[in-house]
Design a protein around this ligand. Structure first.
Ligand code: MD3
Ligand code: FE
Length: 205
């Protein structure tokens, strides 16, 4: 309403059908169940975020008192992250329009009341690669603005099975999750929403 969406933003509603959502979620939950969720905290303050996280792939995004960064191991156990599922590598190939594979899949778990404040994603060395997002479970109110924090934004409902490609100018737009709409999907055991973001981190050789 009002503002145009940023260039390079592509919303693919229902890109994954119910069978694909169930299969992908089972695979992700098996890996994350073995690796363990971690609770990210804010740099400096150490305040916990309301979202729980894990990663799949050779690199994973973490946040703690020292700051934000990518690293090859789980912050609590020191174990390498589980592998990135083949189905996600194939999805990236189909939608990213980028000729190198993703290195990280950040898994965000939103239970009742969890949210994610407005932020930019700029911890990746390769900012020319898009981010590809997959929504599973309850509906979310996703907000995307411009490249300045105060730029006006738009709210979009992200539903289970939706895929969003954030490339081009949209790659550096401020964005966040304002609210999860509880009970809108039965996909995630225990309720809530899981978001997967596929990312290229390092500049390809
Ligand atoms: C727009 N995740 O993990 S996904 C994040 O639903 C993150 O969990 C949200 O923001 C979530 O950093 C939103 C959609 C998304 C992901 C990355 C983006 C939108 C983006 C990067 C740049 C611009
Ligand atoms: Fe983000």
């Amino acid at each position: 309403s009002g503002k145009p969406l940023p260039a390079g933003f592509r919303h693919l509603p229902g890109r994954l059908d119910a069978t694909a959502q169930e299969g992908l979620l089972a695979e992700v939950l098996a890996s994350v169940g073995a690796a363990g969720w971690f609770q990210p905290t804010m740099p400096r303050s150490g305040r916990p975020l309301s979202v729980r996280m894990c990663n799949l792939g050779s690199l994973g995004w973490v946040s703690d008192k020292e700051g934000y960064r990518y690293q090859p191991h789980h912050p609590d156990t020191g174990c390498p992250w589980p592998p990135l599922p083949a189905s996600l590598l194939e999805l990236w190939q189909a939608v990213a329009g980028y000729p190198h594979p993703p290195e990280a899949c950040l898994v965000n778990l939103y239970r009742t009341g969890a949210r994610m404040g407005l932020h930019q994603d700029r911890d990746e060395a390769d900012l020319s690669a898009p981010v590809v997002s997959v929504s599973l479970g309850d509906d979310a109110l996703f907000r995307i603005g411009g490249t300045n924090r105060r730029d006006p934004g738009r709210t979009i409902v992200l539903r289970s099975g939706d895929v969003v490609v954030l490339g081009g100018a949209s790659r550096l737009c401020f964005h966040g999750i304002d609210r999860i709409l509880p009970g809108t999907s039965a996909l995630v055991p225990g309720g809530g929403r899981i978001n997967l973001t596929l990312r290229r981190v390092s500049v390809p050789p």
